[in-house]
Design a protein around this ligand. Structure first.
Ligand SMILES: C[S@@+](CC[C@H](N)C(=O)[O-])C[C@H]1O[C@@H](n2cnc3c(N)ncnc32)[C@H](O)[C@@H]1O
Length: 417
């Protein structure tokens, strides 16, 4: 106690122990969620990946990790509907190369030399369709050695005459400038991850095929499908109205109006899981490019990040949604139809496990599917991508500092019944 003189009297002051009394109106309740420092979604994603992918990839994870955290590489998918000759010339001056064309040429050269009994002529640029026909004839005439070459040809995406996809070589991290409009108002190329083209090539679209892209927005793969000029009809669907809007905008910027007519193209906004209820056993080819943890995006962008605390349940339910979408895709395919499943995640749970589970669930419903071998993609595109050789089913492109594409997983199923 302390004594103090106030107006000649002694009063005793109480020592100040404990917190100061606050008036009720100044009291506040601590809001933990708002006041605690928020862990960024990107950090949560990295923690999750370190835990899971560290186990899945072992010694390879540090290299994949640093690549995922570094700038991604793109390819320029040439718009065949625009005036693209000048653009191609410019890209080639910058030393970008059409990796599909180059890979097929390189892989077929020795086979053809044997088949033809001579060294193959330098193929003509941008004329794979003509060249393809010539090569077929050459091999028919070439007798014995032709069998191997024919097999190689049938297994290669050389069957795609018109798709052109430019990338900078391994180790070259040059960027493409934004595409420009041509005199018809169409953009000359579309920038996308080159590994995203592989599921489209794996679909093996043949002239006259009816094709369904079940989860199509914002539309990179639908655009690639249209660039092949092989679909009799393409249906591009997505559950999200806003993303379907983006799909519309992209197709308007790249595809002439007459090719967007209802007879050739239909854009729908439905839940893909119930697709087969309306249109079962209908399509020759179905692409199921499912929503996933979009690993690269999750590590680099806070916006729309699936690792946000509020989206934990949605993230945990992804494999189930993916399974339902894949089964819907299988049921939408004709009994001999082909389905390609793809993600941009490294996760085994979202890749191989979903495919394997879909095969057994489909069998339980009397639909038999066969998982196709796509390992020739690994050989064919080894100069452009870094492939993982440990997938039980399907193929996986790993991000790598010298070829920073992907991740991209793709697996092909053929309906047998
Ligand atoms: C990986 S993205 C597709 C990317 C697209 N294929 C491309 O190349 O641009 C997955 C898409 O699936 C859509 N999606 C999610 N759930 C769906 C469902 N139940 N039915 C159809 N689409 C769905 C999302 O809106 C998202 O646009």
């Amino acid at each position: 106690m302390m004594a103090a003189a106030v107006a000649g009297q002694f009063v005793f002051l109480r020592p100040r122990v404990g917190p100061l009394r606050t008036f009720r109106r100044f009291r506040y309740k601590k809001k933990w969620a708002a006041t605690l420092p928020r862990i960024p979604c990107t950090r949560l994603a990295l923690q999750n990946f370190d835990m899971n992918y560290g186990l899945q990839f072992g010694d390879r994870w540090p290299s994949i990790r640093i690549s995922l955290l570094s700038e991604q590489k793109y390819c320029a998918l040439i718009n065949n509907f625009a005036q693209s000759e000048k653009v191609i010339e410019k890209l080639e001056l910058l030393t970008a190369r059409d990796f599909i064309y180059e890979s097929c040429r390189r892989s077929l050269a020795p086979e053809l030399a044997i088949a033809a009994g001579s060294s193959p002529e330098e193929p003509r640029r941008g004329c794979l369709d003509v060249q393809d026909e010539e090569l077929r004839q050459q091999m028919t005439l070439a007798g014995d050695g032709a069998a191997n070459a024919q097999a190689a040809l049938l297994q290669s995406p050389l069957d795609y005459p018109s798709i052109k996809c430019y990338t900078f070589g391994k180790g070259d991290i040059s960027r493409f400038s934004p595409a420009r409009l041509d005199s018809l108002g169409l953009l000359s190329y579309y920038l996308m991850d080159a590994a995203s083209i592989l599921p489209v090539l794996a679909l093996n679209v043949q002239p006259g095929d009816d094709v369904l892209d079940l989860c199509a927005a914002p539309g990179g793969k639908s655009l690639a499908l249209l660039q092949m000029e092989r679909c009799r009809h393409l249906t591009a669907n997505d559950i999200s109205a806003s993303r379907t809007g983006r799909l519309h905008t992209i197709l308007q910027s790249y595809v002439p109006r007459e090719l967007r007519a209802p007879g050739s193209l239909r854009i729908t906004c439905c839940d893909g899981r119930s697709w087969a209820e309306e249109e079962g056993s209908t399509y020759d080819k179905v692409l199921v490019d499912v929503p996933c943890t979009t690993d690269r995006h999750s590590l680099l962008e806070e916006d729309n990040n699936i690792f946000h605390k509020m989206r934990t349940k949605e993230r945990q339910r992804l494999p189930m949604l993916q399974l339902e979408l894949l089964i819907a895709g299988v049921l939408a395919a004709k009994p001999t139809g082909e389905v390609v499943y793809s993600t941009c995640s490294l996760s085994q749970l979202q890749n191989e496990y979903v495919v394997e589970r879909a095969v057994s669930v489909a069998a339980e419903h009397g639909v038999n599917v066969h998982v196709e071998d796509l390992s020739f993609f690994r050989g064919l595109f080894q100069d452009t991508f870094c492939f993982f050789d440990g997938c039980r089913v399907g193929e996986l492109v790993l991000p790598h500092l010298t070829a920073n594409f992907g991740p991209a997983y793709f697996c092909k199923l053929r309906r047998v019944t």
